[in-house]
Design a protein around this ligand. Structure first.
Ligand SMILES: [Ca+2]
Length: 207
């Protein structure tokens, strides 16, 4: 988990390479595809039953020494009064984990609003978690990350990533288990909010 924010550049290079190599799994380009089902959607209206400052099912993380604030906003949202956000964060994320199926084309989408137009970055990311074939334990496979990073875009802006799980469910390192969905920021001046996060399953575009 802790590597994700540190290595955005490396990840971008890896993702770019994965795209070029034409693998059957990994991040693929956006396409006009039919939505088969929507296994996950969240507008953040439900607080955790155990921790009122966190929306149900979500966790957050920030890099060591980051003085920024990670918050669950119950006064402001895109179509309601609920969202998740960050303030003056150097490298931080909200994330949740959901079950995943092999041979599936996922589209993670959401909306982001940022106070400042400076060079702060916002991102949607998706990482598969695998059962490692050597250790038998679950771990995040950072090398297969899908990511859409943008400069802080201003008013509520839609963006998305599309990620294809391998047909067999097998990565060289182990078997697909779950996926992590992230709303993340880097070097955000002022506040940035995420809302209406959704995971769709699209009609499979694999050849
Ligand atoms: Ca909302």
């Amino acid at each position: 988990m802790r590597r994700w924010c540190k290595s955005t550049l490396t990840v971008l290079i890896i993702v770019a390479f994965a795209g070029l190599s034409g693998q059957l799994s990994g991040q693929v380009k956006s396409a006009q595809s039919r939505v088969i089902e929507t296994p996950f959607t969240d507008s953040f209206t439900t607080p955790s039953t155990t921790q009122s400052d966190i929306p149900q099912g979500w966790k957050n993380w920030k890099t060591a020494g980051d003085d920024g604030i990670i918050f669950y906003d119950k006064t402001f949202g895109r179509n309601d009064k609920f969202s998740i956000g960050f303030e003056n964060s150097r490298s931080a994320c909200w994330f949740t984990t959901i079950s995943a199926k092999p041979g599936t084309t996922y589209r993670l989408s959401g909306y982001v609003k940022a106070e400042s137009q400076n060079n702060g970055l916002v991102a949607l990311m998706l990482d598969p978690n695998i059962i490692d074939k050597t250790t038998g334990k679950s771990r995040t496979l950072f090398s297969q990350r899908a990511i859409n990073t943008q400069t802080a875009p201003g008013d509520w802006t839609y963006f998305e990533i599309i990620y294809q799980t391998p047909l067999s469910g097998d990565y060289p390192e182990g078997k697909l288990d779950t996926i992590n969905l992230y709303c993340s920021v880097r070097n955000i001046p002022g506040k940035a909010w995420f809302d209406d996060i959704k995971l769709d399953v699209l009609e499979n575009t694999a050849p």
